[in-house]
Design a protein around this ligand. Structure first.
Ligand SMILES: *[C@@H]1O[C@H](CO)[C@@H](O)[C@H](O)[C@H]1NC(C)=O
Ligand SMILES: *[C@@H]1O[C@H](CO)[C@@H](O)[C@H](O)[C@H]1NC(C)=O
Ligand SMILES: *[C@@H]1O[C@H](CO)[C@@H](O)[C@H](O)[C@H]1NC(C)=O
Ligand SMILES: *[C@@H]1O[C@H](CO)[C@@H](O)[C@H](O)[C@H]1NC(C)=O
Ligand SMILES: *[C@@H]1O[C@H](CO)[C@@H](O)[C@H](O)[C@H]1NC(C)=O
Ligand SMILES: *[C@@H]1O[C@H](CO)[C@@H](O)[C@H](O)[C@H]1NC(C)=O
Ligand SMILES: *[C@@H]1O[C@H](CO)[C@@H](O)[C@H](O)[C@H]1NC(C)=O
Ligand SMILES: *[C@@H]1O[C@H](CO)[C@@H](O)[C@H](O)[C@H]1NC(C)=O
Ligand SMILES: *[C@@H]1O[C@H](CO)[C@@H](O)[C@H](O)[C@H]1NC(C)=O
Ligand SMILES: *[C@@H]1O[C@H](CO)[C@@H](O)[C@H](O)[C@H]1NC(C)=O
Length: 746
């Protein structure tokens, strides 16, 4: 049993192999299918492709070929004719055949020639030329086209007695002439006119020949004049015929009759005949074979034909074409053998680097986000702390209780923008609490921003004090507070900007400037006094300035006084005349009584104002250097001089020169009263203001012009002076070093 099974298996394998090889053979036949099965493929040496064929059912109608095998090799003829076929081209739709020539010899009778073609064929206009060879030969050609037109032409060759044609000559008239034929020529005859026959021409041959000939096969040369030229060729010349399917006039007609369409199967294309009516069948691009046979057009496997379809890379055949690409890692034109290696755009290390970079960036971004978030929260917390520390809540309480409603609260960013981030060039002064900057707000308002020095816990309330005090004051000779910022550890106040700097700066310019006129001085003094009087009495609660000095009296554009810097100010309830506080002020202006009692009263301001009056009339600083370069208190010196009746010695010479000695004396008298040791002996600020007012009215002279250009210069100096506080004659008194703190007894 086992043996039988094995044999059956072997048989099956053999059968499979046989079948497979048969299929392969059929396939290879199909690729070369130009022939109808069962028909001869050749006659002699000429290939016979369909639609041509030998015998019944082997050809298409009109393409019958007779193969005469009595000769060796066999010779194919067109149909029933005696026209021998030399070659058949399926691709070019051409047929090379032999036809007869016409000839005539001078002592012989000649012959004309006639050729007629069956409907499928026409003489090729391109390939053939009517040619006459001979001496003084006039040859004629007369034919008919398929459209029924008659065509007649002729040509004449020349010759001369010198005779002969040189080797390698062409058919250019000498011994040979040529002319073209029209399209669609179906039949024609060639002949010579007997009466034109020339007499003997020794140098040339005895005969002339006329024929239509294939230009590729007939080359005119000297042998055409050999006596046996015609005899040697059997009077036959090769000519090219165009063949086509001519029972429909065009492809359009052929498509209209699909059942008789000669273009069979797939992958064929129909082309109109270029010579005469009819159409041609061709294989589509990328296919080869016989378009006149069913399934005759087969795909060309271009990859197997590297000579016709060069490919130096990876070749892949596709129906109707092929893909030729450079091998992986290279680029270029694979069909031209210049695939070059692609420079590695992203080698592995680079790719790794990019990958890690991306991860790194993402990580950094994440971490940054977290940090920024925590920083923001921290920053916010810090701001809140500062706000609280700077007495923000006290201010808010006041705002809530409607005591403060004119103060605008600024953010740090707003003020940084306004001052170029607190640039040094924006510094316009330095007060007792810190630097003062010139700033421009977002709404273009020009302001002075007072940036406090670091405040300690003890000072925080004072800072808010100034805010509250100033917010309740609205007087034309007092600097207006516009707002504040409590978000930093250094609180800031925003004031209206006073353009002409301080009285101190004008009185004590670093460089020479024309002195402030007496009238202006009096006006300033009166206005400052008015402002202080207002502080002391005009509001519902008395306010003591606490730090009156020429540095704190600012001057605006028209030299109108503006009292500023309320850092030491205190509100005094109306029912209390004086209260206890820790005193701070500036050396040279400090009320001696206050220093002893540590009680600040409105009369302390009067004392300080007295010193300012002295500055105005003497032109000296509150602490000045005398002729011996010894530092002296102006107040003390003045009082001594007054006692010794030497007032003139201390007065400003320029003012005396103005003829104001009497006036200066009056002011000196007021100053003296202001400087009384005992507070109660000093006049009130209101009195001082009134007396100054009447004094100024006494002076009838018109106010003199003051050059503003010089004021600018003075201001610049003042800015610079902030860095040289020692030479300014001021010393900012820190109360903690001079006096023991006393709790505010409110
Ligand atoms: C045209 O020729 C084809 C092929 O020879 C043939 O099958 C067909 O019958 C012919 N049609 C006419 C109208 O003659
Ligand atoms: C072709 O020619 C042969 C003789 O050469 C003839 O027997 C045959 O019938 C012809 N076929 C056609 C289709 O004309
Ligand atoms: C074949 O050719 C010879 C000589 O060329 C001729 O005698 C003979 O009749 C031809 N046969 C046919 C069938 O045409
Ligand atoms: C026949 O023509 C084809 C194409 O025109 C050519 O390749 C071939 O050599 C020719 N054969 C002969 C015998 O002239
Ligand atoms: C024609 O002339 C040549 C010489 O000119 C001569 O050899 C030849 O026999 C002649 N032929 C006839 C038929 O007269
Ligand atoms: C020449 O060709 C035309 C057109 O094909 C035809 O009508 C005519 O009968 C032909 N003449 C001869 C003598 O064959
Ligand atoms: C031949 O030529 C003569 C005169 O040159 C002319 O009369 C005659 O008609 C011509 N014959 C032909 C058929 O052309
Ligand atoms: C001259 O022409 C003939 C036929 O056309 C050819 O066989 C021969 O080789 C040619 N001779 C020269 C020298 O070209
Ligand atoms: C032509 O050829 C035949 C034989 O092929 C020969 O007998 C005859 O003499 C030749 N004629 C001439 C003019 O060469
Ligand atoms: C490929 O070769 C052709 C011709 O040799 C040249 O013109 C072309 O620039 C080359 N291309 C490349 C990518 O090298």
């Amino acid at each position: 049993m086992a043996m039988v099974a094995k044999r059956v298996l072997l048989f099956q394998i053999a059968a499979t192999l046989l079948f497979a090889s048969a299929v392969a053979a059929a396939a290879s036949d199909a690729t070369a299918a130009v022939l109808k099965p069962g028909c001869l493929s050749k006659c002699g040496e000429v290939d016979i492709p369909y639609p041509f064929g030998i015998g019944t059912d082997c050809s298409m109608e009109g393409f019958n070929i007779t193969c005469n095998d009595t000769t060796d090799p066999s010779k194919p003829f067109m149909g029933e004719t005696n026209i021998e076929i030399l070659n058949i081209s399926l691709v070019d739709h051409e047929l090379s055949v032999y036809i007869y020539m016409a000839y005539q010899c001078y002592n012989e009778s000649g012959s004309s020639a006639f050729t007629s073609l069956s409907p499928a064929y026409l003489f090729s206009t391109i390939r053939n030329k009517f040619t006459a060879v001979g001496c003084s030969a006039l040859a004629y050609i007369v034919g008919e086209t398929v459209t029924g037109n008659t065509y007649a032409s002729g040509c004449m060759s020349y010759c001369n007695d010198a005779g002969g044609v040189s080797e390698g000559t062409s058919c250019d008239g000498m011994g040979c002439c040529q002319t073209s034929i029209p399209e669609s020529l179906s039949n024609f005859s060639t002949y010579f006119n007997e009466s034109d026959k020339n007499s003997e021409v020794a140098s040339f041959g005895p005969c002339s020949y006329a024929f239509l000939a294939d230009q590729n096969r007939f080359h005119f040369n000297k042998t055409a004049f050999s006596p046996n030229f015609g005899n040697k060729t059997n009077y036959l010349v090769p000519v090219v015929l165009d063949w086509a399917i001519r029972n429909q006039s065009s492809c359009q007609d052929a498509k209209a009759h699909p059942d008789t369409n000669a273009c069979r199967g797939g992958n064929t294309a129909c082309v109109d005949s270029t010579n005469g009516p009819g159409y041609l069948c061709k294989c589509s691009h990328g296919y080869t074979g016989n378009p006149y046979l069913e399934g005759g057009c087969q795909d060309i496997d271009e990859c197997k034909l590297p000579r016709e379809y060069p490919c130096f890379g990876d070749c892949r055949n596709i129906p109707g074409g092929y893909h030729c690409s450079c091998p992986p890692g290279t680029h270029g034109d694979a069909t031209k053998d210049n695939c070059t290696a692609i420079p590695p755009k992203f080698p592995l290390p680079a790719r790794l680097a990019v990958g890690f970079s991306v991860i790194f960036v993402v990580l950094v971004a994440l971490v940054s986000c977290v940090i920024i978030r925590t920083q923001k929260t921290k920053h916010k917390r810090e701001r809140d702390i500062f706000f609280r520390k700077n007495g923000g809540f006290k201010l808010y309480e006041e705002i809530l209780s409607k005591k403060v409603d004119t103060v605008q609260v600024f953010t740090v960013e707003e003020l940084q923008r306004a001052t170029d981030n607190f640039a040094d060039k924006r510094v316009i002064g330095c007060g007792g609490y810190g630097m003062v900057y010139r700033g421009i707000l977002d709404d273009h308002r020009i302001v002075a921003i007072k940036k406090s020095k670091k405040v300690d816990e003890r000072q925080k309330d004072e800072f808010v004090n100034e805010i509250i005090v100033l917010s309740q004051i609205n007087h034309r000779h007092i600097v207006r507070l516009l707002g504040c910022c409590l978000e930093l550890d250094v609180p800031m106040l925003v004031y209206e900007y006073i353009s002409n700097g301080s009285l101190f700066g004008l009185l004590h310019p670093e460089h020479y400037a024309s002195p402030l006129p007496l009238q202006a001085r009096l006006t300033i003094a009166e206005q400052a006094a008015e402002a202080l009087a207002y502080l002391h009495s005009a509001t519902n609660r008395s306010i003591i300035h606490g730090d009156v000095k020429s540095y704190n009296i600012l001057l605006d554009g028209d030299l109108s006084a503006k009292v500023s810097d309320f850092g030491a100010s205190q509100l005094v309830p109306m029912d209390e005349d004086e209260f206890i506080m820790f005193v701070q002020g500036t050396l040279g202006y400090l009320d001696p009584e206050c220093m002893q009692t540590r009680q600040l009263t409105d009369r302390s301001d009067v004392y300080s104002f007295g010193v300012v009056l002295l500055e105005l009339i003497t032109g000296k600083k509150a602490i000045y250097a005398d002729d011996a370069w010894e530092k002296r208190s102006l107040a003390t010196s003045f009082l001594v001089m007054m006692k010794e009746q030497r007032l003139r010695d201390i007065l400003d010479n320029k003012m005396i020169g103005e003829g104001g000695e009497r006036l200066l004396g009056e002011v000196a008298a007021i100053a003296k009263e202001c400087l009384s040791v005992k507070g109660e002996e000093r006049p009130s600020m209101k009195e001082v203001a009134e007396r100054l007012h009447s004094l100024r009215r006494l002076r009838l002279q018109p106010r003199e012009e003051y050059d503003p250009g010089e004021i600018e210069m003075v201001k610049a100096e003042e800015t610079r002076r902030c860095t040289e506080t020692d030479t300014s004659g001021y010393h900012i008194l820190d109360s903690s070093t001079l006096l023991k703190n006393v709790d505010a007894g409110r």
